[in-house]
Design a protein around this ligand. Structure first.
Ligand SMILES: Nc1ncnc2c1ncn2[C@@H]1O[C@H](COP(=O)(O)OP(=O)(O)O)[C@@H](O)[C@H]1O
Ligand SMILES: [Mg+2]
Length: 379
């Protein structure tokens, strides 16, 4: 008797990771942890790595090769099964069959995909583009849909949505691509006027960045042009913000059967050997947040309320990590949300849930289950 007649086929989870964004390596690390944690008795797994140039490759199911070792970051091109063509998911919603294609070869069926876990950060992964592809395919997926992903990726529109829902945001200014390209003097003047009103230092950021890449803290006018150019290397649209003094507090939101719930919050202690919570501090040195954040019951309840409000404001699904500043006046200001937050077992989001009674494997399972119960399309 074949296995299929004994029990129904297990749901097949395609873990999609890597990708074209500057957060490629972090995504690989996360995918390694997800592959290790996912319940193989319950799910079949298909690992699909996206190379930095956007090729979808069938990769080895080898979590042990996906960690940061000796400060060396992992890369999909080192994991891809060489010479095996590209993986394609059908855009035709009548089929869920993933195929391996190679020019001149008969396509090789890889089996049906029931749900995609896009373990991708940043552009072409966390920003709604991949989610759009999966909507066309009719394959459900973990996490936020097209709109929420796109809003969560764009620091300008994210703030605009927050403001419209009454969530507190800090002062900011947007410099659009054409403003800087066509009249840099006017754009510079706009920033200087912003600084005159709100004071130096400023944070100059790419609008659609992540992992602190391209962000510079600028103390005075002399560092401005360089900071703008650096941000623009990541995104032609940039944001300028005033420095928010206070404590950095994060809070996780996870979808349960009865709706979204907030985790205990965490505090990111001020970094001493880095200028701010930058890429190195976040990933290489594993700057460790304090969980739960020692802010008292009242502030905890407030940040949890705001985190769920942010999730709802943007119409998130599955999960979100909402990041705040707790100002010296005791008020919360929301900095950003991440619709696919850092997700290794030592990352803040899983640690906050661990501390809230949801283990890493359970977290992975809840997200996959939540996705499996959703359909694509309007919902
Ligand atoms: N306006 C600000 N005031 C003070 N610190 C900031 C401000 N904006 C960003 N930072 C610091 O920079 C880090 C990264 O900025 P963030 O906006 O979260 O970008 P990313 O999407 O790259 O994580 C934050 O965690 C915080 O430490
Ligand atoms: Mg951040």
């Amino acid at each position: 008797m074949s296995e299929n007649t004994q029990s129904p086929r297990k749901p097949r989870v395609a873990v999609v990771f890597g990708g074209r964004s500057s957060e490629h390596a972090i995504s690989v690390v996360t995918a390694g942890a997800v592959l290790s944690a996912i319940d193989r008795d319950k799910y079949d797994v298909l690992p699909i790595g996206i190379t930095t140039d956007g090729r979808w490759a069938l990769t080895a199911d080898a979590p042990e090769r996906m960690a940061i070792t000796d400060r060396k970051l992992p890369d999909v091109s080192d994991l891809a099964e060489s010479g095996r063509g590209g993986v394609v998911l059908p855009v035709d919603p009548s089929s869920r069959e993933a195929v391996l294609t190679e020019p001149g070869q008969v396509p090789e069926a890889l089996g049906e995909v029931d749900v995609v876990f896009p373990v991708l950060h940043g552009p072409y992964g966390e920003d709604g583009t991949l989610q759009g592809l999966l909507e066309l395919s009719g394959i459900p997926y973990v996490g936020a849909g097209v709109l929420a992903s796109a809003v969560g990726q764009d620091k300008e529109y994210m703030k605009r949505v927050f403001v419209s829902f009454g969530l507190p945001v800090g002062p900011y200014e947007v410099i659009r691509p054409r403003e800087w390209e066509q009249n840099p003097a006017a754009a510079r003047k706009k920033i200087v006027e912003f600084a005159a009103e709100h004071g130096w230092p400023l944070f100059v950021k790419p609008a659609r960045g992540g992992s602190s890449m391209g962000i510079t803290k600028v103390d005075d006018l002399s560092g401005l042009d360089e900071a703008v150019e650096e941000a623009r290397r990541h995104d032609p649209k940039i944001l300028v913000e005033s420095l928010l003094r206070g404590r950095e507090i994060e809070c996780g939101v996870l979808e349960f059967e009865d709706g979204p719930r907030a985790s205990v919050p965490a505090e990111i202690p001020p970094v001493t050997d880095h200028d701010f919570y930058d890429f190195e501090a976040k990933y290489i040195d594993s700057a460790s947040g304090i969980v739960p954040a020692p802010i008292g019951d009242e502030a905890t309840a407030e940040v949890q309320r705001l985190a769920v409000a942010a999730y709802e404001a943007v119409s998130c699904e599955g999960l979100v990590r909402a990041d705040f500043f707790l100002t010296e006046d005791g008020d919360f200001v929301i900095n950003e949300i991440n619709t696919m937050p850092g997700f290794t077992p030592i990352s803040m989001y899983p640690r906050m849930w661990q501390e809230s009674g949801v283990s890493y494997p359970e977290l992975v399972d809840r997200l996959v289950q939540a996705a499996l119960t959703r359909s694509t399309g309007l919902r």
